[in-house]
Ligand binder design. Structure first.
Ligand code: SF4
Length: 100
C-alpha cells in the first residue's frame, strides 16, 4: 500500500483524494491516512502531493517506516474523505519549508 507520512501534517492539501480511484483516504484534523486494506497500489497519489508526503510502503524514506503502522491504525479510526478540502492554514509556508 501507499503511505502518508508526517510531511502531510499541517498541510493536508488533499489533492490525493481527487485521484484515488478507491476512496482509501481518511483524515483527522491534521493530516490524511491511507487505508492499506483498500489501496490498490495504483501510484496516482504520490506524484500529485504538493509536499511529497506519500510513498509506497516498500520504498519508505529513511526514518519514515513507522508511518506504515500509523496509516493502518489511524485509517481504521477516522472517516473517509471523498472530496478535496481547502488546505490547512499555513500549508503553503510549510510546503516551502519542506522544499528548501
Ligand atoms: Fe489511492 Fe492509488 Fe494512492 Fe492507493 S496508490 S491511496 S489506490 S491513489
Amino acid at each position: 500500500a501507499y503511505v502518508v507520512t508526517d510531511s502531510c501534517r499541517g498541510c493536508r492539501y488533499t489533492e490525493c483524494v481527487t485521484v484515488c480511484p478507491v476512496e482509501c483516504f481518511h483524515l483527522d484534523e491534521s493530516m490524511t491516512y491511507i487505508d492499506p486494506e483498500n489501496c490498490i497500489d495504483c501510484g496516482g497519489c504520490a506524484p500529485i502531493c504538493p509536499v511529497g508526503a506519500i510513498h509506497p510502503s516498500w520504498q519508505m524514506p529513511a526514518g519514515k517506516a513507522e508511518w506504515i503502522a500509523i496509516n493502518k491504525s489511524r485509517a481504521a479510526e477516522t472517516p473517509v474523505i471523498a472530496a478535496k478540502l481547502p488546505p490547512l492554514p499555513g500549508a503553503d509556508e510549510q510546503a516551502k519549508r519542506l522544499a528548501s
